[in-house]
Design a binder for this molecule. Sequence first.
Ligand SMILES: Cc1cc2nc3c(=O)[nH]c(=O)nc-3n(C[C@H](O)[C@H](O)[C@H](O)COP(=O)(O)OP(=O)(O)OC[C@H]3O[C@@H](n4cnc5c(N)ncnc54)[C@H](O)[C@@H]3O)c2cc1C
Length: 439
Amino acid sequence: MNKFYDVIIIGGGTAGCATAYIAGKLGLKVLLIEKGIHLGGTMTSGLVVPVMKSGNHQINTDFYNILVEEMHKVGGQVTYQDNSGWFNPELMKIVLDKMMKDVSVDVRYNAEVKDVKTEGKYVLSLETNKEILSVYNEEVDTDNISLKKYKPLSVYIEAKYFVDATGNCDFSNNINCKFLEMKSEYQPMSLRFLMSGIDIEKFGKWLLEKDTDRNVTTVENIDGVTHLSTAYTWDTDKQWALAPFFDKAVKEGLLKDSDRNYFQVFTVAGMPTTLAFNCPRIPENLNPNLVKDTSKALIEGREAIYRLSLFCKKYFPGFENAYISNIADFLGVRVSNRLKGKYVYTIDDLKSGKKFEHPALISNYPVDVHNKSKNTSTLEQTGEYQLPIESLMSYDYDNLFVVGRGISADYMAQGALRVQASCFSMGEAVAKYIKNQLS
Ligand SMILES: Cc1cc2nc3c(=O)[nH]c(=O)nc-3n(C[C@H](O)[C@H](O)[C@H](O)COP(=O)(O)OP(=O)(O)OC[C@H]3O[C@@H](n4cnc5c(N)ncnc54)[C@H](O)[C@@H]3O)c2cc1C
């Protein structure tokens, strides 16, 4: 038995949601398959908020603008320091469900792809591990009425186009697509978390006193609520206001030396006593494709979260009654598999601002490549650059696209392109491209 879609998107995260929503809005028949139990991916499961700004000339921003509007309606968005991406990850789960419903996208949770049929340069159909289409299985004859049995029914779902939005290119991996080479040194993974019960106003006042040259600290009152952001790393490119506190905590054994490698906090819209932590960054050379390594990262990450929470409570005014309120459901992976596309985008393309006939996105987000060792990360501001749609097209299959962090770009270029704003534009560009092809 077959069921037919215009496009099937595998992975309901940052880029997959943009693809599905815009495709639905353009009138396409869309199926979105997500292995978790809610949408948003790194933004919700990974607690990666806020969304960073990516320049003033972005294209394919319809999804983002509608997301901002919808999040604002439910009190889950504020504009902080001119950045409208100050989101609430819990409310985002509700908003993304509503948005998909608004444009009639069929969303199926808890589902993964079991098998795929291909022919030559085309992906034809896929089968999922669970029955996801409300197709009832035939009853098997049995004398025992209370023990009704059903024949396993294999349903292949056909589509004209397929979009791999799994972040790690899981779908493409299953059909033996070609990949770009992976570095033997991986970017460190992070496990993000939230702390609540914080007196943010008190902490903000204290930060402003300490960070007198305002290196990294900003504080802003929005509609009577204090919002703030600050950071510290063990890199020596800045005078970090928080450095003496970290140094002291390491000396007394409350923190490990490696806990100083990266620390960043942001307030969260609609959570007036909460801070989102962009750390700990796990300081080891761990492979995001190996379960052994990701398990180690998760365990070490949670241990570090506990240490950091004790540290904040001891050293930061405003944290007296604070507690860990959420630890991310999944590890923050900055880079893993990258699909070989019809065009392999390079760091030279990015730095030279090379122009393309069909740009999927325009951005000026810096090249942001993390490293586990001191003073070796890259954060390099460049001019405006474009990514061509061909870097989102599979080299192997003519009706397969990839969106999100697994795109066809070299290691350094991916360090700039993986941010959320760019993932949204990629998803939207692919949805519009498919619509055009079908018109
Ligand atoms: C620690 C960290 C901090 C970051 N900080 C920022 C920041 O401050 N600002 C910023 O803009 N960007 C930031 N980024 C980058 C950005 O968040 C990510 O690169 C981006 O969100 C990745 O989007 P994606 O769509 O590729 O993947 P995801 O958002 O992770 O979505 C993938 C989705 O696919 C699902 N999935 C996976 N496998 C399967 C499968 N086999 N079948 C079905 N579903 C599947 C997952 O459950 C998930 O929902 C950060 C990244 C990390 C890791």
